[in-house]
Write a new protein. Sequence first.
Length: 271
Amino acid sequence: MIFDPRPIGVFDSGIGGLTVLRELLLAFPYETFIYLGDTARLPYGSKSGNTVRKYSEQNLKFLLSRNVKAIVVACNTASTQINEDFYEGLPVYNVIDPGSHLAALTTKNNNVGILATRATVKANSYEQKIKMQNPLINVFSVPCPLFVSLAEEGWHDDVITEQVAERYLSDLKNKNIDTVVLACTHYPLLKKPIQKVLGPSVNLIDSGVAISLILKIDFEKEKVKRTDQKNAPDQLLICLTDTGLQFENLSTQLLADHTKSKIIFETVSVI
Ligand code: DGL
């Protein structure tokens, strides 16, 4: 067996991709990860497809320059624009394929809700991919742009967030949905208020969990080679395109139970 000690690159516009990184850290504790948060240009969800594509390509290029062995696009909005499975020969994972696959497998009554940014709803990728698996599934998409700011602010279990969720989700509650995809990686941070508003019988799908399952299969197939390290790496590098104390504090809290590595922050330029 050939091993590969190089890191796996993960990127998002901001803090949301940490919900994916957390699952990856739990599933692959000996792998090294490098996270890029494009905080200077957040949010992506209110921007055009062309702009998000340009930013995403710059992020891929940046991670490539850090000698990664694979890249996880831990952002749904960016995933609507990056359709390639490889970039410069490296495997690239988007969050939409596993999320839509899991949603199609989970629904029992064929009514699925998609909560996403405006750009992701506009791109319509979830609806297309879910219907490719089962054309009988009804897909109801709801843009929830304020959820991104609430997640970045750290108001994860807050009465204001619950009120915002009530307002965004009131129509969806009448559609008899049994499965909802948290189709923005920021949204799993708001799982509690979202679940409270939708009710306990609705299954919430989190792309972080789905992508860890796919990566596990690809490690087994050796599409991506495992590290031969037998301990957690010393460092977890988080690169940000703009400095932010709020980001540093929040991410340290969010990752505390998921890694023993020392978190190092670096401000970078991807342009
Ligand atoms: N977390 C990103 C996503 O999954 C988008 C947040 C944003 O920048 O609008 O779509």
